[in-house]
Write a new protein. Sequence first.
Length: 309
Amino acid sequence: MANYLSQTPETIAESYININGELVPGDEAHVSVLDRNFLYGDGVFDGMPVYEGKVVLGERHIDRFFRSTAAVKIDMPISKDELRERMMTTLEKSNLENGACRLIASRGLGPSGVKNTRYLGEPTIVVIPQHTEKDDVAYGRGEAPAEKARIASTRMLPADTIDPRIKSCNYLVNALAERELIGTDADFAIMLDQDGYVSEAFDANIFVEDHNGTIKTPESLQALGGITREVTIELARDLGYDVEETKLTTYDLFTANEVFMTSSGRGVASIAEIDGRPVGTGAKSETVQDIALALYEYIQENEYLELNP
């Protein structure tokens, strides 16, 4: 499996991390063990790719980050403009040309105990650059390799517990789904919701193209409201494809002409096999190539924040 947007001790040492407005060398950056995000996963995050010195769809990601903080009642001590400035300064100081940027907001530092939210200080706001090779930023012209999937037994949390539009730092169910892949040849897991409908991959949104050529994706309350998912729907409709947001079952996966996924790290990537069964012909379809190319072309000219060299 490709190592998308991964961070290593070597690459983090090349970076600066922004912690509450202070730039710290990457290998010296730390937060307290009493931070709520460390203790309870009590925080939210967002991540956006950086491609050829451009923060891809940066404003959409910042907007979603602030929606997540509002939804979980983290009172942001800075504005969107101030966060954008911190982010751009951090990425430029880190000489980030290709990779990703991660934003994290924790509820803050204070005494342990779930009941002690009223005694916390200000939220902890962190900006983390992630270096990678240009070829590993999967926003190429539909050239990302097709991957193999397995359907996980671990289910997504219901929307009336944690709304999937919140990009919560608590990814325990996603991590458990990923652990199910150990000892298999699968690259990623597809997760179902509590009612058995398709939700998402553990780190990506899922699409199918049915036998009529209609593109379908799980409704937004069944899966994370992905930014790349959002743009993919817009671009697919512009290309003339019928796109539906609807409930999907494993039947739809196994009988599809094509199954593909979208994420900030991958762009658009085809799925060749699910549970050992080939998807469609097992080859990447013209649909996926069309949409991947449209996304690649779109991000070259639209909705990016450009870093100063």
